[in-house]
Ligand binder design. Structure first.
Ligand SMILES: *Cc1c(COP(=O)(O)O)cnc(C)c1O
Length: 435
């Protein structure tokens, strides 16, 4: 392994290897920038959730939050691994249908689902809609009535906890755009409406407290608060939930400072808590659902760039520029996200100094990595940036009219392109002449 931080090897040529394939070779075959995934790591990530639930003998669904990285090939892989799927838009649902994902395992999320999105979901009989607000209940009721159909729903609630990576914050007044407030009567009001509609099967509660969690504490507290509400509803109205969905956000390693928990640890602790709460309020253990996104795709993917120009500012900083940037990885510009990388063609050489990696967009803020230790850098070196598998491709954009990179899957020594690089024809294909 190249470092303890990232799960990739160096081959005999001293090159970085992904899924048993030489990364330098991939860059020359498919061009740069290039998203590359080691499919065996995607599978391992899925299995560490799915198998742990199986070992614990509880009913569960592990739904991949497809907004992290949604392409047909990716959804086929997670389906092969027995996962369910979260979608948040017609585009994500369409991709899932095109991938042949079983509709009964698709869940629709979103804080402003449109009539069209809800209609598409109901027409396709997807597994579940996670209801977010009263307007949405109106729309769902109307669609079901008109079409004489039924649907399973969960209710998204805000339990008043906000996860902030290494800590969680109790927010008294639940200042969130998502879901029904658990404590001010809104969740109860929604409960009555959902339960009293004969076309709606109300299955239980959902909460998602945030992302990049490195501890179980916030999730365990969320579970506790959800069960307090379920206890009320059980005692007063005889309601028994079929499902409890505790969301996603399981943290991954971007840099050596990140210390992710084993996914199995999250699963074990959550399951133990759910069992204990269910027994203490006297209901059967509900089916446990979770929704990892970055935990499935994040560390499985990396981005390959070609180094171009370099700028040395004596006594200040050395910049190197690569042939991508905030168009293929928006996270550094959007949330000062940090990454690590290596020169794929010099992966076994020791560092000779530090450089800062600039993207090529017309923004000073388009910096991918500050002060990265690297061997001596030359033009045409191939820089690999690790842990770009989640929210890289999915947030790619067309700033400066850069085309979106290709995506390659590598597994067991074989590489396959699963998304073609955009062409300039693609770039103007929706433009209409005005002359
Ligand atoms: C974004 C999101 C997730 C996944 O978050 P990750 O940090 O990628 O695991 C899960 N559930 C909901 C409701 C989300 O909005």
């Amino acid at each position: 392994m190249i470092t303890d931080n990232h799960p990739f090897n160096i081959n005999k040529a001293g090159h970085l290897e992904v899924g048993g394939v030489d990364a330098v070779q991939l860059a020359s075959t498919y061009g740069t920038p290039l998203y590359v995934y080691d499919v065996s790591i995607i599978r391992e990530n899925c299995r560490s959730f799915v198998r742990t639930f199986q070992e614990l003998g509880v009913r569960a669904q592990v739904a991949y939050a497809s907004k992290a990285f949604s392409t047909i090939a990716m959804l086929q892989v997670v389906n092969q691994e027995g996962m369910s799927l979260d979608v948040v838009s017609q585009g994500e649902l369409y991709t899932a249908l095109k991938a042949g994902f079983p509709v009964s395992k698709i869940h629709l999320h979103g804080n402003n689902k449109s009539l069209e999105e809800l209609t598409m979901a109901i027409d396709h009989d997807i597994g579940c809609i996670v209801v977010d607000n009263f307007h949405e209940i109106d729309l769902i009721e109307r669609i079901l009535e008109n079409k004489n159909k039924t649907i399973h729903v969960l209710m998204r609630v805000t339990p008043g906890i906000e996860a902030n990576t290494h800590q969680y914050i109790m927010t008294g007044n639940d200042d969130s755009k998502f879901g029904f407030n658990l404590n001010n009567g809104q969740a109860d009001q929604a409960f009555f409406r959902l339960r009293n509609n004969r076309n709606i099967y109300f299955k239980g509660l959902h909460s998602h407290i945030g992302s990049q969690l490195f501890e179980t504490e916030g999730l365990l507290l969320a579970a506790k608060l959800l069960f307090q509400k379920l206890d009320d509803w059980h005692t007063e109205y005889g309601f028994t939930p079929d499902v409890l969905n505790l969301g996603g956000g399981f943290g991954v390693r971007y840099t050596e400072r990140d210390e992710p928990l084993l996914y199995a640890t999250f699963v074990r602790e959550l399951t133990a808590a759910v069992k204990e709460h269910a027994s203490s309020i006297g209901i059967p253990i509900p089916e446990i659902w979770i929704e990892p996104g970055r935990a499935i795709a994040g560390n499985a993917g990396l981005t390959l760039y070609k180094v171009g120009s370099m700028k040395e500012i004596p006594g200040v900083r050395n910049y190197i520029s690569v042939d991508g940037g905030m168009t293929d990885n928006l996270r550094p510009a959007l949330y000062q996200a940090e990454y690590e990388g290596v020169l794929a063609n010099k992966a076994s050489l020791p560092a000779a100094g530090t450089v800062s990696v600039a993207g090529k967009c017309c923004e000073s803020g388009d910096m991918l990595i500050w002060d990265l230790p690297l061997p001596e850098v030359e033009p045409n070196d191939i820089l690999a940036v690790f842990s770009t598998g989640a929210y890289g491709y999915s947030m790619a954009n067309h700033y400066n009219r850069f085309s979106n990179p290709a995506v390659v899957f590598a597994e067991n020594g074989t590489a396959k392109q699963v998304v073609r690089r955009e062409t300039y024809q693609d770039m103007v294909k929706n433009d209409i002449s005005y002359e």
